[in-house]
Structures are given as structure tokens and as C-alpha cells.
Design a protein around this ligand. Structure first.
Ligand code: AHG
Ligand code: MN
Ligand code: MN
Length: 334
């Protein structure tokens, strides 16, 4: 049996892949790994300690907030604050970004964005949720507090992104732009261990994932594509947690769609906290991610921290096919 490789060992080993790497990014990824373990511990015993349920508040985008959303948010901020490698954070749960005070006077080069708990409507019924994160190198002067522009960079500028899925087992999947690797938490030793090396997304798969309940609220070209998926007898799976649905597509092939609807004319999912980091990972694994207006997600200019976009993300051949349908059925005069 080959020896196990822990997340920390793997991250340190990979540091030498980056010219001039000084260990800051490595340290930051390890700190995110620690925060993930703390959140995992609470998610796993949520029913026992009275932190299920709503927190009687709404977040920056008006969604109902669960108590565990706030717990996960606080833990991530706390770990990154103590890390010393993070100049500031922006979270789906906060209206604005939060600059962090340098630790021991050292100017940090990176900022971190995250969705502390994705799919939180699933928490109370024991269905998978996740944490999504992304890391940008600052564009503002290092001797000053971080600025909003540091967080409003295009997805192409991400230096790392990942997610943690609190599912039947807990997995951390991340990329620093050289492929995607997955780690499974071994609870007996409390370590994330390398379990899925160099993940490649299948060219196509048997699943499509969309909230079909909104079918009549989608544009006609999107309805035609969804009809096509159904004609092909693809299996519909929709967990209600993007990170879980994208995780399935990453391993088994498939497409996840959250089109613009009448309620959300620009789509529901957030560019900064959901679309960009997951698109980065999917592209790194050989997949594709575009808007329902057919623009590559990672190329989109980001103007607001809570900007929303429509998205089609998944196996490359399936995203290409969706693109053809949308182009054909939205052509003038069709
Ligand atoms: P969050 O729990 O972070 O607010 O995100 C929920 C998102 C996404 O994960 C999921 O795919 C989608 O919202 C579900 O929305 P609908 O209930 O409208 O389908
Ligand atoms: Mn989310
Ligand atoms: Mn969330």
C-alpha cells in the first residue's frame, strides 16, 4: 500500500512548482484547510448543539441566513485573520470586504474570497453543503490596507480556488492553476489525505442539473436546450447546493445550469463567491463555464462584490452543445 499524502505535505511539495514562491500562498492554503476542519466539525454535529435553523437575518444579497452560515463565516475570518498571509477577505455573508490588520507588521500579498456555506437551505435536513474559496494576489499597494479592486478581479486572475464538500465524507478540492487535486478527510487522524490526483472532467456525462421548477421562467432558447437533455434521457439531479452539483459533474460528467429567470434577470449565483472559483476549478479539470449569454465566466468584468451571473458549467462537450442550442434558438427571426 502506498504511503498517505496529507494536504499539508502536498501543498509544501507543490510550492517548488512556483518560481519565486516564498511560502505565503502555501501558508494561506494550509490555514484554509484548518478552517475547513473546524467548520466540518460543527456541520457534522449541527443537530446536537442547537445551531441548526435560521439566524433571523438576511445576508448582503437578501438571502435567508442560517446559523451555520454565520458560524462558518466567523471561523473562516478568524483563521485568516490569525494567518498573517491574508490582507483581507470578502464573503457572501458580508456586505463589504474586510481588511485585516497585518500580523507582526508584515504586509500580506493575497486576499481571499469565500462563500462560507453553499447550499445552506440543505443544512437542516442533513443534505450536503460546501465552502467555496478563491485567492487573488493584491493589485493595491502592499503598504496600505487592501482595496475593493483587489476583490473585483476577473476570474482569470485567480491564483488558487477550491471548495470543501461536507458530504458523506468531507473532501477538499483545490487548484493553483496546475490541475485539480482532491483530498478526503480521514476523521481518525484529522487530516485531509490525497485521494483524487489530477482530476479530469469527463467530456460528457449522463446528468444535467437545473432547477426545472423554474422551466417556464427561462428564456425560450434555454428551454429548448433543457428539452434536448430530456430527449436524450439524461438523468436530472439537482441538490440545491451548487458546489455539490458541480462536484458530481466534475467526477461523473454533466452540466449544471442556473439560467437567468424573471426573478433573477442576471442569474442568481454570485460571480465572486460561486461562479468564478468553481469555473476556475472546472476549467483546470478540462471543463467549461459560460453564461447563458455565452460569455466565458472567467473573462467577465466584475464591478460589484455581490454581482450575479447566469451560468452553464460542466463537461466540455455538453457546454459546447448548450452554446449551439442557445445560439441557434436566439438567432434573429428564429
Ligand atoms: P447559498 O446557500 O450560498 O445561498 O447558495 C445557494 C445557491 C446554490 O448553491 C444553489 O445551486 C442555488 O442557490 C439554489 O437556488 P434555487 O433554490 O433557486 O434553485
Ligand atoms: Mn452559495
Ligand atoms: Mn452561502
Amino acid at each position: 500500500m502506498s504511503r498517505i499524502v496529507t494536504l499539508d505535505e502536498f501543498i509544501i511539495h507543490r510550492q517548488k512548482d512556483f518560481a519565486y514562491a516564498s511560502g505565503e500562498l502555501t501558508g494561506l492554503l494550509r490555514d484554509i484547510g484548518v478552517a475547513a476542519k473546524i467548520v466540518n466539525r460543527e456541520v457534522n454535529k449541527a443537530g446536537l448543539i442547537g445551531i441548526l435553523g435560521r439566524a433571523d437575518s438576511e445576508n448582503a444579497t437578501g438571502d435567508e441566513v442560517q446559523k451555520l452560515d454565520l458560524f462558518a463565516n466567523d471561523k473562516l475570518i478568524e483563521c485568516l485573520r490569525n494567518s498573517g498571509e491574508c490582507a483581507g477577505i470578502a464573503s457572501e455573508e458580508n456586505e463589504d470586504f474586510i481588511p485585516l490588520i497585518p500580523v507582526a507588521g508584515k504586509a500580506a500579498k493575497y486576499v481571499v474570497i469565500f462563500d462560507p456555506l453553499d447550499g445552506s437551505s440543505n443544512i437542516d435536513v442533513n443534505v450536503s453543503v460546501g465552502t467555496i474559496f478563491g485567492i487573488y494576489r493584491r493589485v493595491s499597494p502592499l503598504d496600505q490596507p487592501c482595496q475593493k479592486e483587489d476583490f473585483l478581479q476577473k476570474g482569470t486572475e485567480l491564483v488558487a480556488a477550491g471548495y470543501v464538500l461536507y458530504g458523506t465524507s468531507t473532501m477538499l478540492v483545490y487548484s493553483t492553476g496546475r490541475g485539480v487535486n482532491g483530498f478526503t478527510l480521514d476523521p481518525s487522524i484529522g487530516e485531509f489525505c490525497l485521494s483524487h490526483r489530477d482530476i479530469r472532467m469527463p467530456d460528457r456525462g449522463n446528468y444535467y442539473s437545473v432547477n426545472q421548477g423554474y422551466y417556464l421562467k427561462f428564456d425560450v432558447e434555454m428551454r429548448r436546450y433543457i428539452d434536448h437533455c430530456s430527449d436524450l434521457n439524461l438523468r436530472l439531479r439537482y441538490i440545491g447546493s451548487m458546489v455539490s452539483d458541480v462536484h458530481r459533474s466534475l467526477f461523473q460528467g454533466g452540466i449544471f445550469l442556473y439560467p437567468n429567470t424573471r426573478k433573477y434577470p442576471h442569474g442568481k449565483l454570485r460571480m465572486v463567491y460561486e461562479c468564478n472559483p468553481l469555473s476556475y476549478i472546472v476549467e483546470q479539470a478540462g471543463g467549461k463555464a459560460i453564461t447563458c449569454q455565452l460569455q466565458r465566466i472567467l473573462d467577465i468584468e466584475v464591478h460589484h462584490l455581490h454581482q450575479r451571473e447566469s451560468i452553464a458549467i460542466g463537461s466540455p462537450a455538453m457546454v459546447d452543445e448548450m452554446r449551439e442550442f442557445v445560439a441557434r434558438y436566439s438567432a434573429p427571426g428564429f
